[in-house]
Design a binder for this molecule. Sequence first.
Ligand code: ADP
Length: 403
Amino acid sequence: MTATATRVLVLNSGSSSVKYQLIDMNDGTRLAVGLVERIGEQTSRLAHTPLAAGGDKRETEGAIADHDAALKAVAAELAADGLGLDSPQLAAIGHRVVHGGLKFTEPTVIDDAVLTEIERLVPVAPLHNPANITGIRTAQAMRPDLPQVAVFDTAFHATMPEYAARYAIDVETADAHRIRRYGFHGTSHAYVSRKTAALLGKDPSEVNVIVLHLGNGASASAVAGGRCVDTSMGLTPLEGLVMGTRSGDVDPAVTFHLKRVAGMSTDEIDVLLNKKSGLIGLCGDNDMREIRRRIDEGDERARLAFDIYIHRLKKYIGAYSAVLGRVDAVAFTAGVGENAAPVREAAVAGLEEMGMAVDASLNAVRSDEPRLISPEYARVAVAVVPTDEELEIAQQTYALVNA
Ligand code: ADP
């Protein structure tokens, strides 16, 4: 790496998509952002926005066979703007890796041994880690000389005490199969809890925060003095809150019942709980905008889905208040948390005795900036804090390669 290398390319490789951002670490400026979708289909799409060049979004459609082809297409787009992967200004590539197991609790420079270890975690993250691994291998092949860093979704939750991380099941069985609560969305929980402390003018070590990451996937975390002490997702991202398509918490016996009584296979149950449950299973829509529109039209199913979503959220706010003992702030983030004022209002409604309230006019303000939405008298700060997982990955990557 040369002294002029101040750029980090962040890659988030999903099963059929690659999201990327090229960020200048001098000031966090986005030089280019983009997305390849529907990889492996005839209708793949690449959308690339060269922000540095002030250019408009360029979209290309047509079959992109695999991640290798996708990354090559991305590299070509970047090169067309003079931002190619061969640039000496590129300091590193930061990869989002979903599951780091117990081994990876910090961002890690990827070598063969690290890659083997990430592969060993595939059984606990079958939907995510394989795509992350493909992305890493492809990027390594393109720039073998460049540091590639893995930033793990689970890492921030590694500080959970053993009594929060363990399920109350037979210890030998659990350990033999690495069954425990790992938590996900950690990059977002880390970033948002820190930003929330900054919004309060405090050091992260001084504040206790409940972070509610409400996107299509959703999770809550209890962060005490900058360290995660509990989180709602578990062995996989299925546990916890009601999500766009995932059930969140259910009695585990629901799965035996579906198998024994409904005659469903394990794979069918997996699909049911991960893809056909949550908001979409309850009312047929997983977009909160559409659900609110239907509620305004008097749709009862949409109303019930919303109420179930809010009830679960409220239970976690209550639980994490008890876990933390003292709560300084509740922070809403991600697509729903940042945009859906009715969700924020309903989640906090009736919690005045716990020091939590939302001011209707502050809650109605739309902004990309972190902001308070609680009235001045409230003991607990309620905040909207936009997440930025890509910037967090870039910062962790850059800090590591400069260490
Ligand atoms: P993910 O990264 O998990 O795919 P996001 O954090 O981007 O998800 O959140 C996506 C969700 O945010 C959408 O499914 C939708 O429910 C919600 N959302 C986005 N914009 C709005 C809005 N203006 N009002 C209400 N909900 C919104």
